[in-house]
Write a protein that binds this ligand. Structure first.
Ligand code: SAM
Length: 244
């Protein structure tokens, strides 16, 4: 089914490397989103203690049930089901839910995630300031975790072959959450990056940020364009706006 992103990873070397990146051991309880035909599930089940595999397609879920003794299949939509107790997340994600599932997962504690995304999405997650890919996604991810591309994966590694390239990303949650109002932070990033070429002071005025708040912000930040702001700069702006 096209809308479920059913492109199965068949390259055994890539499957093995995903297992390697996650340094799995018997003590690990792995969450897999979208096990599909079980190609990655097989690698995970051989290397981890327990695997929880959430699959929305009832036919695929049925064919996985009972196939591996340490794999518990959870039927349903990964954006809605109650999540089990896991410490690592390893998945070849359905790309149409990349953003929503990533932020759902980042709300809960975990040790490590190794996730396959569409390549462009992955590049936006890890982008450096000053580049065209740097923006709202980069900042919302890096507020919560360190993100790194481990490898780019060509279309030929999947069947049926998708139209887009892929990349494997490692996410390591920050040990200490940065204290900031996350709703204000996200509204701010959406606002300033929707006007990428404008200076921050122009965007904040358009967002109806009061002159009182503007007067409390470092004037140097107000003169910059959004892609020139570091994570810490955006956190400072969000704190000024929320009065923290
Ligand atoms: N992990 C397998 C592999 O690497 O070969 C399959 C990956 S395939 C890209 C994505 C899988 O996610 C499909 O099996 C699809 O049915 C499932 N899926 C799509 N949307 C889902 C959702 N919202 N919740 C759970 N599974 C979903």
């Amino acid at each position: 089914m096209k809308k479920l992103g059913q492109h199965f990873l068949v390259d055994r070397r890539v499957l093995g490397r995903i297992g390697d990146y996650a340094s799995l051991a018997e003590k690990d309880r792995v969450l897999e989103i979208g096990p599909g035909t079980g190609n990655l599930t097989e690698v995970l089940s051989a290397r981890a203690g327990t695997v929880f595999a959430i699959e929305v397609d009832p036919n695929l879920a049925s064919s996985l049930e009972g196939r591996f003794p340490n794999v518990q299949v959870i039927r349903g939509d990964a954006l809605r089901v109650r999540l089990p107790d896991y410490n690592k997340i390893i998945s070849n994600l359905p790309y149409q839910i990349s953003s929503k599932i990533t932020f759902r997962l980042l709300e809960r504690p975990f040790d490590l995630a190794v996730l396959m995304y569409q390549r462009e999405f992955a590049e936006r997650m890890v982008a450096s300031s000053g580049t065209k890919d740097y923006g709202r996604l980069t900042l919302n991810v890096t507020l919560r975790a360190e993100a790194e591309i481990l490898e780019r994966v060509p279309r030929g590694a999947f069947r049926p072959m998708p139209q887009v390239e892929s990349a494997i990303v490692r996410l390591q949650p920050r040990e200490n959450r940065i204290p900031v109002d996350e709703k204000v932070f996200d509204d701010l990033t959406r606002g300033i990056f929707s006007m990428r070429r404008k200076k921050v002071k122009t965007s904040l005025a358009a967002m109806k940020v009061s002159s009182d708040v503007l007067s409390r912000i470092d004037p140097d930040l107000l003169e910059r364009r959004p892609q020139e702001l570091s994570l810490e700069d955006v956190v400072d702006l969000a704190k000024a706006i929320s009065g923290m």
